[in-house]
Write a protein that binds this ligand. Structure first.
Ligand code: 26W
Length: 827
C-alpha cells in the first residue's frame, strides 16, 4: 500500500518563477483561498493571499527536504526551546526564494504595494529576548547549511505582551498575534500526541518476573503539532519548526460529559488548553509556577514522542538513538526531557536502568544562557512530584547514582556531595535543573568565551573539576540574512557591489571590505547608507508612534530587555547629567554633537524596579525634549513595544550601540553583534561577547569602559558602598539629586524615590561605581564622532571584522564540538 503510494506520488512542483506565474497564483489564492475579488479585497486579504502564494513556492522544497532527510537517516539536531522569537516571515521567505523583485513587480501590476502588505504581518513573538531570538537564528542557519534539524517548541496563543505606555508607565496588553489569520502554519490535528500528568506510581512484576515501576497518571492533554517552514537561504532546503498546541483529550471530556456535568467538562477543556495559552513574560527570574512546569513537560514529551514514533523508522533500534539524534537543551527550560527519555526506555521499553542511562547521556547537550544565580531554575520537589511523580523518582535515582560516583572519587567529602546534589535542601527541597542538565548532558556550553569561563569557575565549579572535558564554549551568533540582508538592504547592496554576494552565507568574507575603510569614495557611500537608514527610521517612528526625530544627530541606541544588570539606569544618569550640566550653564550645548538617545525595552510585568526605570526614562524624555535650553542637542525617544520588527529598522540606523551591563553578568548579548554588523560603534563593558567584539574590531574602534569582572568581584567582596561615590563625585551627585528633587515627576519626590534609594543604598549592579568611567567614555565618543571620516572608517571596520558573529559559524562550532552531525550531501 505504502509502496504503491510512494510510486504513484506525482512530483510537487512550485508555481512558475516569473511575474506572470506569480500574479496568476496570487489571484488564485485571493479568489479561492480568501474568497474575494481584487476590487473587494482588504489589505489583510491581500496579505494572506500573498503569504499563501509565497509558501507555495517553498512547498516543493520542503517536501523534498523532508523526504531526503528521511531517506538519509542522518544524525539530526532536535533543538528543544520553550521560545522562538521568529520575527515576520514574509520578507524572510521572499529573500530565501529570491522572489522579492518578482513579487514587487507582480503586485505593482495589480496596483498593490508590497511594503503595505509587509506591514500587515503581526510577528510571532513567541519569546522574551535573546534566548528566543537565538533559537530563531540557529534554525535559520541550519536550514541554510543543509543540516538536518527539527526545532521543537510551544505554539503560544499569546506571545510576549504588547507594551503600551500610559503616562510613561508600562501597561501590558495581550498579544493576539493569531486573530487576523496565521498563513505560515500547518496544523496537523490528526497527528496529535497524548501527554500525561499527575497521579502516582506503582510497582509490579512484569511477565519476565522483573520488578518494575509504572506511572498511573491522573489526567492528560493532547499536543497538536503546528509545522512551520524554515527556509534556507537560496539553497532549495526548507527545514521544519514544530510547535505544539494543547487540546483537551476525548477521553477526558467523555468521562465528565457522561457524568452530566456539561459545564465542568467545558471548563476542564479550557484547563487543558491553558497549557499553551501564554508565554511567561519573565526573563531571567523564574517564578516556579505550576503552569510553567506543565508547559515545559508538555512540549518536551510531545517532541520526544514525535521523534521516536514519527521521525524514526518503525523498526528503529533505540540503542542506536545517539547516532540519529542530539537533543540540544536551550537553557534549563526543556531539561525535564532527560527523565522523560529515561521513563520511556526503562518503563515503556523495559530496558535495564544502566543501559537506558548510557544511551540517554549521549542524546542530550545543554546550553546555559545566564550567570545570575537567581535565574537558574529550580523546581520544588513537592510541585514536581505532584505533577510528574515518576519523573521525580527517576531524578532521585539519577542523583543517587551520581552522588555515589562522586563519593567514590572524593571519599568523605560530605560538603562536596551536598554542593553537587541535583536535589537542594534549602530553602526548600527542590530540583536544580542546571545540575540535572549537566549530569545528563554529553556537553555543557556557555554562550561567549567569558561566560563559558565564568560558568566553569563560578556557576558549576565542582562539575567542571569533575568533568573538565564536558565543558565547552560556543560564542553566539546572529543570522546575516535577517539582520543584514533583510534589515539593511542598502548596506547589503553596498557590500555586494564591493565584494560580491558570497558574504551572505560565508560572513567571514566581510573581511574583504577592510581596505575600503581607507577609500574616501566608499566612506561617502557608507555614510549615505546610514543617512538613508536614519530617514527610514524617522519615517517609521513618525507613522508608528508620532515620534519626530531631529534631522542630523548621532543616534545612540540601547535596546534589550529592561533588567537591572543591563543598567539602563546608567544610561539615564548619563542623559540627566548632560541635561543638568547644560541647564546649569556648565556645558555649552553647541560644543557637543547633537544626540538622539533611543531606548527600546520591555519589563517583566511583575518586576517593579524595571517598570519604574521605564517610567523614569519616559519622564526624563518628556522634560528634556520640551526644554528649549537643550533643544536640538539632546533628544530622548522610547518607542513602545520593542520587538524584532522594530529592531530591523532601528539597528541599521544606529551610530552608537550601548552594551553597558555590569562585567560578568551578561552571558553574551546578541544585539551587540547586530549593531556591529550594521556599522555602529560600541560603547561597552568587558562583558559577554563584547569582549570578543572588541578583540576583533580593535580597541581603537570600540569604546571600552568600566570595571572588569575580577574587579567587580573584589569590590563586592571588600564591601561596596554606593553612597561614597555619590558623596565624592559632584557630577554624579547633581544628576541623582535632580532625579530625587522630583524634577522629572512634576515636583513629586516620591515617584522615583525607590530608584534613587536603591542606587544610593544597594546598587547591586555597581552603576555608581562605573558612572565616571562611563561619562569619560562618552566624552571619547563625542570627540571621535566629530571626526566624520575617522568615525566612518571605524564603522566600516566594525562591519568588516564582525563576520565571526554569524550564527552559521556558531552552528559549525556546535557541529564540531557538540553534535558531530553532518550536512546532507549537496544534490
Ligand atoms: C523565567 C525563566 C527564564 C530564565 C531565563 C526565562 C528566560 C531566560 C533566558 C535565559 C533569558 C535570556 O534570553 N538570556 C539571554 O540569552 C542570550 C542568548 O544566549 C544571551 O545573549 C544573553 O546574554 C542572555 O541574557
Amino acid at each position: 500500500m505504502t509502496e504503491n503510494r510512494a510510486n504513484s506520488t506525482a512530483p510537487v512542483t512550485a508555481p512558475q518563477h516569473s511575474v506572470e506565474g506569480f500574479v496568476k497564483e496570487f489571484l488564485r489564492e485571493l479568489h479561492f483561498g480568501q474568497g474575494v475579488t481584487l476590487e473587494r479585497a482588504s489589505v489583510n486579504d491581500e496579505y494572506l493571499a500573498l503569504a499563501r502564494t509565497v509558501r507555495e513556492y517553498l512547498m516543493a522544497r520542503w517536501l523534498e527536504t523532508v523526504r531526503r532527510q528521511r531517506d538519509a537517516q542522518a544524525k539530526s539536531v532536535a533543538y528543544l526551546s520553550a521560545e522562538y522569537l521568529l520575527g515576520r516571515q514574509l520578507d524572510n521567505a521572499l529573500i530565501a526564494t529570491d522572489m522579492t523583485e518578482i513579487v514587487e513587480e507582480g503586485l505593482a501590476s495589480l496596483g498593490i504595494e508590497l511594503s503595505t502588505l509587509r506591514e500587515q504581518e503581526v510577528e510571532p513573538g513567541l519569546g522574551n529576548g535573546g534566548l528566543g531570538r537565538l533559537a530563531a537564528c540557529f534554525v535559520d542557519s541550519l536550514a541554510t547549511m543543509s543540516v538536518p534539524c527539527i526545532g521543537y517548541g510551544i505554539r503560544y496563543e499569546y506571545g510576549i505582551f504588547r507594551q503600551t505606555f500610559v503616562d510613561g508607565f508600562q501597561v501590558e496588553q495581550a498579544d493576539t498575534w493569531l486573530t487576523l489569520g496565521a498563513p505560515w502554519e500547518f496544523p496537523h490535528p490528526e497527528a496529535a500526541v497524548t501527554v500525561h500528568f499527575g497521579g502516582s506510581t506503582e510497582r509490579y512484576t512484569d511477565d519476565d518476573g522483573v520488578e518494575r515501576t509504572r506511572w498511573v497518571p491522573a489526567w492528560d492533554v493532547l499536543g497538536v503539532p503546528y509545522n512551520y517552514m524554515v527556509p534556507g537561504y537560496q539553497n532549495g532546503r526548507v527545514n521544519t519548526l514544530r510547535l505544539w498546541s494543547a487540546r483537551a483529550t476525548k477521553a477526558f471530556d467523555l468521562a465528565i460529559f457522561n457524568s452530566g456535568e456539561y459545564v465542568d467538562a467545558v471548563r476542564a477543556q479550557t484547563f487543558a488548553e491553558n497549557i499553551s495559552k501564554v508565554l511567561y513574560p519573565e526573563d531571567s527570574t523564574p517564578q516556579g509556577k505550576e503552569l510553567r512546569l506543565q508547559q515545559q513537560y508538555f512540549f518536551v514529551a510531545c517532541s520526544i514522542r514525535d521523534f521516536v514514533d514519527n521521525v524514526l523508522p518503525a523498526d528503529f533500534d533505540l540503542h542506536n538513538l545517539p547516532d540519529r539524534i542530539i537533543f540540544q537543551l536551550n537553557d534549563t527550560h526543556p531539561v525535564i526531557a532527560v527523565p522523560e527519555l529515561m521513563r520511556i526506555l526503562v518503563d515503556e521499553k523495559k530496558w535495564d536502568w544502566d543501559e537506558a542511562w548510557a544511551v540517554t547521556q549521549k542524546c542530550f547537550a545543554y546550553t546555559c544562557h545566564t550567570l545570575l544565580p537567581e535565574a537558574l531554575e529550580v523546581w520544588p520537589v513537592a510541585l514536581l512530584g505532584k505533577l510528574l511523580p515518576r519523573h521525580l523518582e527517576i531524578i532521585y535515582r539519577i542523583n543517587d547514582d551520581f552522588l555515589a560516583e562522586v563519593a567514590q572519587r572524593y571519599p568523605g567529602d560530605e560538603l562536596r556531595l551536598r554542593r553537587m546534589s541535583i536535589i537542594a535542601e534549602y530553602p526548600e527541597r527542590s530540583v536544580r535543573m542546571a545540575f540535572l542538565a549537566t549530569v545528563a548532558g554529553a556537553k555543557v556550553n556557555g554562550v561567549a568565551a567569558l561566560h563559558s569561563q565564568l560558568l566553569r569557575d563560578k556557576v558549576l565549579p565542582d562539575f567542571s573539576e569533575y568533568w573538565p572535558d564536558k565543558f565547552t564554549n560556543v560564542t553566539n551568533g546572529v543570522t546575516p540574512r535577517r539582520f543584514v540582508r533583510l534589515a539593511n538592504p542598502a548596506l547589503s547592496e553596498l557590500i555586494t557591489d564591493a565584494i560580491g554576494p558570497g558574504w551572505l552565507t560565508d560572513l567571514a568574507r566581510l573581511r574583504e571590505m577592510e581596505p575600503l575603510a581607507d577609500d574616501a569614495e566608499f566612506r561617502e557611500k557608507f555614510r549615505a547608507v546610514k543617512a538613508h537608514n536614519k530617514q527610514r527610521l524617522s519615517a517609521l517612528l513618525q507613522r508608528r508612534d508620532g515620534i519626530t526625530l531631529p534631522g542630523d544627530a548621532m543616534l545612540d541606541v540601547m535596546v534589550k530587555r529592561l533588567h537591572e544588570y543591563k543598567r539602563q539606569t546608567l544610561k539615564v544618569l548619563h542623559i540627566v547629567s548632560l541635561y543638568e550640566r547644560i541647564i546649569s550653564g556648565e556645558l555649552d550645548p553647541t560644543s557637543i554633537p547633537p544626540r538622539v538617545f533611543a531606548f527600546g525595552a520591555k519589563a517583566a510585568p511583575g518586576y517593579k524596579m524595571a517598570k519604574q526605570t521605564i517610567a523614569l526614562i519616559n519622564h526624563v524624555g518628556r522634560v528634556v525634549n520640551d526644554d528649549p535650553r537643550v533643544k536640538g542637542a539632546l533628544t530622548v525617544v522610547f518607542p513602545p513595544n520593542y520587538n524584532v520588527t522594530l529592531a530591523e529598522t532601528l539597528i541599521p540606523a544606529a551610530d552608537l550601540s550601548e552594551q553597558i551591563s555590569l562585567a560578568g553578568k551578561e552571558a553574551s548579548g546578541t544585539g551587540n553583534m547586530k549593531f556591529a554588523l550594521n556599522g555602529a560603534l560600541t560603547i561597552g563593558t568587558d562583558d559577554g561577547a563584547n569582549v570578543e567584539i572588541r578583540e576583533l574590531v580593535g580597541d581603537e574602534n570600540f569604546f571600552l569602559f568600566g570595571l572588569v569582572e575580577p574587579e567587580v568581584d573584589a569590590l563586592v567582596t571588600a564591601g561596596y558602598h554606593p553612597s561614597s561615590y555619590y558623596e565624592e563625585n559632584p557630577t554624579l551627585r547633581r544628576a541623582i539629586d535632580r532625579i530625587a528633587s522630583g524634577a522629572f515627576a512634576g515636583g513629586d519626590r516620591t515617584v522615583f524615590e525607590p530608584i534613587v534609594s536603591n542606587l544610593l543604598h544597594e546598587d547591586r549592579f555597581l552603576v555608581l561605581a562605573d558612572f565616571q568611567a562611563y561619562l569619560d567614555a562618552q566624552d571619547r565618543v563625542d570627540a571621535a564622532y566629530r571626526d566624520t571620516e575617522a568615525w566612518t572608517r571605524s564603522a566600516i571596520l566594525n562591519v568588516a571584522r564582525s563576520g565571526y558573529f554569524s550564527s552559521d559559524r556558531a552552528m559549525w562550532d556546535y557541529i564540531d564540538r557538540i553534535w558531530h552531525s553532518q550536512p546532507l550531501a549537496a544534490r
